[in-house]
Design a binder for this molecule. Structure first.
Ligand code: TEU
Length: 579
């Protein structure tokens, strides 16, 4: 897929609005704060911002529980602020993407309030309502055995009408029933509302959960000790999924030339994935396939012990998607960070002060030398890391991690001293790390809010140690400077890095901690070779032919010694060119 498109070359800067910049000292980021930093974002090399949800919401899941799609959560500002944001973006030739959370609403959304009122309510069918089941003892049970994404049953009993409703995430996030065409039209209208305001694109939340199997069958029993089971076989990528997306595309997005990225959970095989994103199918532009960012999950879920990061796995997943997308005429996204995970430098690199700068630059080299649309989470460009390991569970406030911790804690008799293994997983992967306040300065509250204000989320104390924008801005050796150069470098060689062909070097040539690949321009014989060491030790690469190549970029001040065998230093990244 070498057809050039601005959205393929875009650099999208994800902003978690509560954590970016607070201008009114309530400890919560806001739209005027975002506006005040647009020049900065542009200077990094990003041209588009994606805002995690800013809609009206009781914030049970930080805005992924929307109570009104057409208004703004007051602490963020007003609709006028959004209009001003859009015109300020336009003035800088930048674009705005919003998050589209339409697999579910908040239980405080008017639609749900009407739906829950009575069994014959006009909007009853806009959500999933089902009768209880009863076991042999006559005890009331949910309609099926599905487990909720944040623990417990995926069903919530509602006294009002004596039925259960489906809520795959929190009980306060009821799932919308997309089979209902009136509901679909109402959602379309809400999307048009934003497109008419000038929004350029959307990240579609939990996209492939929007069509479920009509019978909502029980999930297979894979964890016999647990009461509820994963129902993903029945609730992900259901039978009408593609119809809904094609309808959205032709009825809504096309008229505005809007660009979309869909969040794709559970569905991982290339054949099924291709159906969403192959150009000829006219559905969405690109996907977050999730398997790279989930690669260190435990065997029975994100925080279960026994997972871990293995560069060989990154190697094979990178090869899988870099080669699959061109094959079925789809398009990749590139990302290692988002608001649902730990910071990449801590997970796949190292936040040990000896290596952190090298590791952050190595990861920047990975992301900027692959084919796809690049997504950066605010703070990634300065090497922001996870919360320090000496911080206890009380600093973790996100529902996902907290609910899991509490469930295990209960099974261990409430004894916190027995929780070290789970704490270790949270220290790497908890969603809190991706949501830490942006570190602007080395001053109080990292300049995220005024000194006397109380930030909604812990500020990482490492902002005092150079991990902030102000300190890094003037330092040519900082992670920030490296990111700026890497993005400029990528832009200069779009035909190689964005549209070029991809070839992974054989495992036999590289140490198990090294990921190494070639990129080649289709129209000339210009070739680049990228070597990345994901280890705090020296790691070798055996490529005799490279002796003739020249070093284009690297994260050490000197190039590695040339020879048939190259010894990469800890977290070293080098980009060679065939001359
Ligand atoms: O996440 C969808 C999702 O499947 C999550 O369970 C995700 O995989 C998990 O958090 C990884 O740790 C989206 C949003 O990105 C997330 O913030 C929301 O909580 C969720 O949808 C519900 O809207």
């Amino acid at each position: 897929n070498t057809e050039r498109q601005p959205w393929k070359e875009a650099v999208i800067y994800q902003i978690y609005p509560a954590s970016f910049k607070d201008t009114d000292s309530d400890g919560w980021g806001d739209l005027p704060g975002i506006i005040s930093k647009l020049d900065y974002i542009r200077s990094v090399g990003a041209d588009t911002i994606w805002l995690s949800p800013i809609y009206a919401s009781p914030q049970n899941d930080m805005g992924y529980d929307v109570s009104d799609y057409r208004s703004i959560h007051a602490p963020y500002g007003t609709l006028e602020d959004v209009d001003r944001l859009i015109s300020e973006l336009r003035a800088r030739d930048m674009k705005l993407w919003m998050d589209l959370v339409v697999n579910h609403t908040s239980n405080e959304h008017e639609w749900f309030k009407v739906s829950r009122r009575s069994r014959d309510s006009a909007k009853r069918d806009w959500y999933f309502w089902r009768d209880p089941k009863y076991d042999a003892e006559g005890i009331r049970k949910p309609p099926n055995n599905w487990k909720g994404m944040f623990g417990g049953s995926a069903w919530t009993y509602d006294e009002t009408t004596g039925q259960y409703y489906l809520s795959l995430f929190l009980p306060s996030q009821p799932d919308l029933n997309w089979t209902n065409s009136e509901l679909r039209e109402a959602v379309h209208d809400d999307i048009r509302f934003w497109l008419d305001h000038g929004v350029d694109g959307f990240r579609i939340d939990s996209m492939n959960l929007m069509s479920k199997h009509p019978d909502l069958p029980d999930g297979e029993i894979t964890c016999p000790d647990e009461e509820y089971q994963s129902g993903d076989k029945w609730f992900a990528s259901g039978p009408r999924m593609h119809e809904y997306l094609q309808e959205l595309r032709t009825k809504v997005f096309d008229a505005y030339n809007a660009v979309t990225v869909g969040e794709l959970g559970f569905t991982k095989d290339e054949e099924s994935v291709s159906k969403y994103v192959a150009k000829s199918r006219h559905e969405i532009n690109m996907l977050f396939t999730g398997d790279i960012i989930d690669m260190d999950f435990g065997p029975n879920g994100k925080y279960t012990p026994g997972g871990g990061f293995h560069p060989r796995q990154l190697r094979s997943l990178t090869e899988k998607w870099q080669t699959a997308m061109p094959r079925f005429d789809g398009w990749n996204t590139l990302y290692l960070d988002n608001h649902d995970s730990g910071r990449s430098v801590s997970r796949y690199g190292s936040d040990d002060p000896r290596y952190r700068t090298y590791a952050a630059k190595m990861l920047a080299t990975y992301l900027t030398t692959l084919s796809g649309t690049l997504f950066l989470l605010a703070g990634q460009e300065i090497g922001m890391a996870n919360l320090p390991k000496d911080m206890g569970i009380d600093q973790y406030i996100d529902v996902e991690g907290k609910n899991y911790y509490n469930k295990v804690l209960q099974s261990r008799g409430g004894d916190h001293s027995k929780m070290a293994d789970i704490m270790k997983e949270l220290q790497l992967k908890a969603r809190d790390h991706g949501r830490l306040p942006m570190q602007w300065t080395d001053g109080p509250n990292a300049g995220f809010t005024s000194p006397e204000a109380c930030p909604w989320m812990t500020v990482n104390p490492d902002h005092k140690l150079g991990w902030n924008v102000e300190t890094q801005q003037d330092d040519p050796n900082s992670v920030l400077s490296f990111w700026k150069e890497s993005l400029a470098f990528r832009k200069k060689f779009v035909d190689v890095f964005i549209y070029g062909s991809f070839e992974m070097l054989p495992e036999s040539a590289t140490h198990e901690k090294v990921v190494a690949y070639k990129r080649k321009d289709h129209s000339s014989d210009k070739e680049a070779l990228v070597l990345l060491n994901f280890s705090d030790q020296n790691s070798t690469v055996t490529i005799p032919w490279v002796t003739r190549w020249v070093v284009l970029r690297g994260n050490y001040s000197t190039a590695p010694i040339r020879g048939e065998m190259i010894a990469l230093r800890p977290y070293e990244a080098v980009v060679y060119c065939s001359g």
